[in-house]
Design a protein around this ligand. Structure first.
Ligand code: APR
Length: 232
């Protein structure tokens, strides 16, 4: 596709499904087994920190055991070879984009392999457990929480995301249901900046009507084929 200078790619749980990481809203999704109010809100953390820490400890282990798939690798290739500006905005807390080699990745909902200290605001790469309230490596306080954006909290780096959407020529959404804002509203932002819009997903998302084009299928097939087209 010629004449493209700025691409913004939004990814969701669907891009990591074929790496064995559960999505949220499928029949076997995470929210089938856990109530959001019990594990993914600041109120839940105050009420029962052990339950929340146990939930994210398990997700951290899953992330460490997972491997990037063909979709992650294809986006990493596009990131390397595309001559223009590219930003991957992911709602995912896994590090599979980076492990596949992508460099321009922004985690708007936080990261499973990061712990945030509530006492000194330091962030630490964290691969172990947070159960038992280990001390913060910076200040020593037993005040660390998963570095995850919970429901009711502001996603990270929204200014940077909106700036990229305003400059975008092309906005691509991969593996997301379009059920959660503000991410679900990015397609409208991009359209108002006259970007072309493309959706790659297993099924139509809640925002499908906003996209110029929707391609349905597994990410491991759709994304490499699309990247091939882009770099031809
Ligand atoms: N390939 C492509 N798309 C897929 C695949 C696949 N192999 N498997 C599932 N999908 C699609 C589903 O059809 C669905 O539309 O991925 C989407 C996953 O949707 P959700 O489970 O709702 O996940 P996501 O959109 O990432 O959720 C957004 O909600 O729970 C919060 O913070 C959490 O970041 C998350 C946000």
């Amino acid at each position: 596709m010629s004449g493209l200078h700025n691409i913004v790619i939004l990814t969701g749980a669907g891009i990591s499904a074929e790496s064995g990481l559960r999505t949220f809203r499928a029949d076997d999704g995470l929210w089938e087994d856990h109530r959001v109010e019990d594990v993914a809100t600041p109120q839940a953390f105050r009420r029962d920190p052990e339950l929340v820490q146990r939930f994210y400890d398990a997700r951290r282990e899953n992330v460490l055991a997972a491997e990037p798939n063909a979709a992650h690798r294809a986006l990493a290739r596009l990131d390397r070879e595309f001559s223009g500006e590219l930003l991957i905005v992911t709602q995912n807390i896994d590090d599979l984009h980076e492990r596949a080699g992508a460099r321009h990745v922004l985690h708007m909902h936080g990261e499973a392999l990061s712990a945030l200290c509530l006492a000194c605001d330091a962030r630490h790469r964290w691969t172990g457990t947070l159960l038992g309230a280990p001390g913060c490596p910076a200040c020593g306080e037993p005040a660390m929480r998963p570095d995850i954006v919970w429901f009711g909290e502001m996603p990270y780096e929204m200014d940077r995301i909106f700036a990229a959407l305003t400059r975008a020529d092309l906005f691509v959404s991969i593996g997301t249901s379009g059920a959660v804002y503000p991410a679900a509203g990015f397609v409208q932002q991009a359209k108002s900046a006259r970007a072309r819009t493309l959706e790659l997903n297993l099924e139509r998302s809640q925002g499908s009507a906003w996209f110029d084009q929707t391609r349905l299928g597994p990410a491991s097939e759709l994304v490499p084929a699309w990247v091939e087209e882009m770099l031809r």
